[in-house]
Write a protein that binds this ligand. Structure first.
Ligand code: SF4
Length: 312
């Protein structure tokens, strides 16, 4: 029997949908067939006229049509003054639609950082939050006790945009009933336990503190250019984008877009430091050890690295 999936776009740019269209091996269409998913509605991909959508939505809300998976893309917009009228569907605040659909759904997936934690939309003036988190705080729009029909919290798949491989992988695990271990932010550990730094081709430069001051150069982007790779949990250096590249491989610092506090208030492309020592150190590293290790590492850097003779 087909698994029904309904997709709603809330406060966001639609970039996650664009990202998922780039999925390869399998593509989203192949995955849909392999996993027997019936995409009842997607605002960008569906061609049904508005009247048909209206009737589908009524069926879902009344429980006449079963809803197995609800995908929410974008943050839940609550403003102005908690009316939700900044983001509506046919005059009704989308936030109420999201609440009612979530109550009917077997699984709820927050697609992207805005839906997960508020993200860029949450940083604006629309009083927008994630489905079950507001930045790092559990609660968000649905509340920390929310559980979907299958007894799960909202499954958060952050990323700005979300990586298509993560979306297909999570859908596969959820539809096939495979075990999915979640981290403290209810994101699958399979994809969000690793750091962007792990697998970065500039790692050797990082070890010896060979640092760059401009984009596109060969060394590490952490010490001057604000690379968030050592703090950001995401598989961008494991599953490349378009199976080819990612920010750090092309010489642009990671901006930490999967983290609950994205977008950070710190300036981007700059590393806040005290006497040359970054204020934010790689995840889990102690400051005194880092200070001792990095000054020794810089002094012992191999010539081939100092002269940028290594390919990245
Ligand atoms: S560029 Fe960023 S991710 Fe790559 S090694 Fe340097 S700090 Fe780590």
């Amino acid at each position: 029997m087909a698994i029904n999936l309904y997709w709603i776009q809330a406060g966001g740019c639609g970039g996650d949908s664009m990202s998922i269209l780039n999925a390869e091996s399998p593509s989203i269409l192949e995955a849909r067939e392999d996993l027997a998913i019936d995409i009842l509605w997607h605002p960008s991909f569906s061609q049904a006229p508005p009247a048909e959508h209206r009737s589908l939505l009524a069926g879902l809300l009344e429980g006449r049509i079963p809803l197995d998976i609800l995908c929410v893309e974008g943050a839940v917009v609550r403003g102005p003054e908690n009316t939700g009228m900044f983001d509506t569907y046919e005059g009704e605040p989308k936030k109420e639609l999201i609440r009612r659909l979530a109550q009917r759904s077997g699984i709820v997936i927050a697609v992207g950082t805005c839906a997960s934690f508020g993200g860029v939309t949450g940083a604006g003036e629309t009083d927008a939050v994630g489905l079950q988190f507001s930045k790092k705080t559990c609660g968000g729009f649905l509340g920390q006790d929310f559980r979907s029909g299958r007894g799960l919290p909202v499954i958060n798949l952050p990323g700005c945009p979300l990586h298509p491989t993560v979306m297909i992988g999570a859908l596969t695990a959820l539809t096939r009933g495979l075990e999915m271990e979640l981290n403290a932010f209810n994101s699958p550990l399979e994809y969000y336990s690793m750091l962007v730094h792990q697998g970065c081709t500039r790692n050797e430069y990082h070890e010896y503190r060979i640092e760059e001051t401009d984009f596109g150069q060969k060394g590490c982007l952490f010490f001057h250019l604000g690379c968030q790779g050592p703090m950001a949990h995401a598989p961008c250096n494991k599953f490349l984008w378009n199976r080819r590249n990612c920010k750090t491989r092309s010489g642009v610092p990671c901006i930490g877009c999967t983290e609950p506090d994205f977008p950070r208030e710190d300036p981007y492309f700059y590393t806040p430091n005290i006497a040359g020592l970054p204020i934010n150190l790689p995840d889990g590293v102690s400051r005194p050890h880092y200070l001792a290790y990095k000054s020794m590492a810089a002094a012992s850097a191999p010539e081939r690295l100092k002269h940028r003779k290594t390919e990245v």
